[in-house]
Structures are given as C-alpha cells and as structure tokens.
Design a protein around this ligand. Structure first.
Ligand SMILES: Cc1ncc(COP(=O)(O)O)c(C=O)c1O
Length: 415
C-alpha cells in the first residue's frame, strides 16, 4: 500500500474531524495581545484556554526583557549545540537559578519540554531497568517510554495499591536483571487538574528501591508556597529525584529544565541526545526566562491573584452544580456527559452566544461518553470575568440537562 493513500483513508482519531472543525474547534486563531480578552473570528472573547497562569505572557516587563534581548543578540545567538559551541554564562546562570528555586543542586536546560522529557527517559534507563508509570501520563512520558528497551508497568491513575503491586513486580525483575526502577508521575495532571500523590509515592521508597521523576509542567510556578511546584505543595521536594518543568506555562515562554543531584545532571548533560544533537536555546529565551524567574521569586502578587481567580471560579462552578472532578490545581475541567456532537454544540453556544472561549476535550483524550470543557484561570482574569462565566455555565448546564442541543455534529470549519 502507498503510505500517502493510507493516510488519506485513515486520517486519525482527531484528524477525522478536520473537515468540520478546522479553524474553529481545532487550530483556532486567537488574535490581539495576550490577555483575558482576545479576538476570535473578528469578535472579542473572554479566553479561558491559555496556560498563562501567572499572566506573564502579556506583562510589559516580560515583553520588554524579551525585546531587549532580541535587540542585543538576535535570535541566532549562540550558534550550535551547548556541548560544541552554544554555551554561554547566561545559560549556566539560568540553570543555577532554576535549581536553587526548586531546591535542587543543579539543573539542565531543555529546548522543549516535550522532547526534553522523551530524551530524559531515554537517557536514564537501559534494558535492565523497569519504568513504572501512571496511566494518565502525558504523551511526552509515553513517547519517552517507547524508546525504552526494558520492561514498563502502568498503574491505573493515582491508584496507590496498584502502584505498590507494580513495584513488587518490578522489584522481582530488577533483582534478576541487576537494573533499577524509575517511577514517573505528573505533579499536576494537566488535563483534569488533580495532583499526583507525590507524598504517598515517596513514602513507598521506604519499602521499595526506586527513583522518581516528576513532570511538573503545570505545577511549576502555581503550586507550593513559593511556586516551586507540587513537591513543595506536599512538602516532599527533597524526595523527588528528578524534577521536570517547562517554560511553556507559568513561565510564558518556550523550553524547560530538569533538576536534580549534580552528578545526575552532569550525566544528562553529557548523554542526553535531544540536547547534544540540537542547537542551544537562543538568548531571548534565556534572558526572558531569567526575567520571568525573577518575577516568580520576587512578585508573589501574580500567584496570589491567580489563586483568587481559581478559588472564585472553582467555588462558583461547583456551587452551581457543575462537575469539576478532583482538581486541586488551577486547571479547571468541567465534565459533561455526552458524545462529540454535544461537545460541539456546547462549545459553539459558549463562543457564539456568550463570547466565552475555552478548550474542548473529547475522546480519545478523555473516555468515550465524557466531554471536558477545560478552563485555565490566570492572573489576568478579573472577578467580573468569573461571575460572568459561572452564569454562562449555569445556563449551559440547564440546556444540557433539558436536552436542548441538537444531536447531529456541528460543522464549523472556517478558512
Ligand atoms: C504534563 C506536560 N508535560 C510536558 C509538556 C510539554 O511541554 P512543552 O510544551 O514545553 O513542550 C506539557 C505541555 O504541553 C505538559 O502538559
């Protein structure tokens, strides 16, 4: 069979919606400055779908730091991979400051969170080792594991009894192979906002010999007293062996980092293929990240504002009878029961009649029969935005309960 023909006849679980969804449900264009209100298809919308938790993406100090660095160095500097010719004292400074912030000895920069995670996993384990991971792990963890030649065991999401069983199994295997065990969990589960049970997982270290890698993409900057993440929230940061954060969310940038003991970070620096064989992060990203980190450390008002909005939004939606699952973080899922057509109609109603823009998540990202509307509160939102949104969702819920939406799929593709 011709590969292109195969692709044309089987566009994929999400690709099959392209004709009805492109430009509207998928690949929408949000225009204008990043803020709580942005333009969508020529109309102002209240936007709840940006992981701009601390509101730094649109902050004038951040925009200025990025622009100053671009004016001074351009986007090309430094040329080459860190190992060959792309090292600067600013990359090193950022690494040390990040490590200090999350309470680790050292850290190493990643050009992208996703590729970084894939490569960390690939670098840490060999065929004798066993990976034990949560069933809701982010795609980057799953892809990292695809490169693993040894055994991998999955435990149902946050099921600690099952994790215990998998650790027993894994222990038996590594006793034979002479390998080790790596447990991988997220700090904040980015889709539904619930937390990985880091306290209970690290407690199991008393019983089993393993190392833990935490993907805290959504926890970095939002969780814990200082924003140092979900480990800080649970008071177990010291027991987290490898801490992963991305710049794509609270830091409103691009790139990421991994932090841990100096010797382990040195090993990653000299062995991690995604960084050894790729160009160094450009200076505006590095200088911009230093600025953002400085704001995380010294301007607590952004996190405080975020949590004021989170509490008002989640409290109000719950009071209105909406199902927010088990979120304990800013991520605010609203679960509805129904199939894809209902998800489409609810989204269209929210956008066209309420000018509310939030993300829509359907099967296969969530189980069949579940619709998730995902709201991301940020420090840029106002209590007025919250009040308006709670009212809109209360009305939407009533329409869903009264079966007021049509049953056929909505077709909203735009050029
Ligand atoms: C849990 C989690 N891990 C990793 C990533 C990847 O990070 P990045 O966007 O920096 O590649 C994301 C972001 O989408 C994420 O949500």
């Amino acid at each position: 069979m011709d590969i292109f023909n195969k692709i044309k006849t089987a566009p994929g679980a999400l690709g099959k919606y392209m004709a009805k969804a492109h430009g509207y449900f998928a690949f929408p264009k949000l225009e204008g400055p990043i803020s709580n209100k942005m333009m969508f298809l020529g109309k102002e919308h209240l936007v709840w779908s940006l992981n701009n938790y601390l509101g730094l993406a649109g902050h004038p100090d951040v925009i200025k730091a990025d622009a100053d660095a671009a004016a001074k160095w351009g986007m090309a500097y430094p040329m080459g991979a860190r190992m060959m010719s792309g090292q600067t004292k600013y990359h090193e400074q950022l690494e040390q400051e990040l490590a200090d912030f999350v309470g680790k000895e050292a850290s190493y920069l990643l050009n992208y969170g996703y590729q970084g995670m894939v490569s960390i996993i690939n670098t840490m384990v060999d065929r004798r080792d066993v990976i034990v991971y949560d069933s809701d792990a982010h795609a980057c963890i799953i892809d990292g594991m695809r490169l693993h030649f040894g055994k991998r065991f999955v435990y149902p999401h946050n099921d600690m009894n099952n994790l215990d069983k998998e650790l027993q199994r894994a222990t038996k295997i590594v006793e034979k192979t002479g390998g080790g065990i790596l447990v991988i969990t997220e700090g904040v589960y980015g889709m539904a906002g619930d937390l990985g049970k880091l306290d209970e997982i690290v407690e199991m270290k008393k019983k089993y010999n393993f190392r833990i890698l935490v993907d805290d993409a959504h926890g970095f900057g939002t969780m814990g007293e200082n924003g140092a993440g979900t480990g800080e929230h649970f008071g177990v940061q010291d027991e987290i062996d490898l801490y992963f954060g991305t710049f794509a969310k609270s830091m409103a940038g691009i790139g990421g980092f991994v932090a841990g003991d100096k010797k382990v970070i040195n090993f990653l620096m000299y062995n991690m293929r995604s960084q050894i064989y790729a160009k160094s992060l450009p200076m505006p990203m590095v200088m911009g990240a230093l600025k953002r980190l400085d704001m995380l450390r010294n301007e607590p008002q952004h996190k405080e504002k975020l949590w004021t909005i989170v509490k008002a939004l989640q409290g109000g939606l719950r009071k209105a009878g909406l199902d927010l699952g088990d979120t304990e973080s800013p991520v605010t899922p609203v679960f509805l029961h129904g199939e894809t057509p209902l998800a489409m109609h609810v989204t269209v109603d929210l956008r066209e009649n309420y000018s509310i823009f939030c993300s829509i998540v359907i099967y296969p990202v969530v189980p069949k029969g579940v619709i998730m509307l995902r709201l991301i509160p940020t420090a840029m939102h106002t209590l007025e935005d919250v009040e308006y949104t709670i009212k809109a969702f209360t009305e939407i819920k009533a329409k869903v309960d009264n079966h007021e939406y049509p049953e056929e799929e909505a077709s909203m593709a735009v050029d």
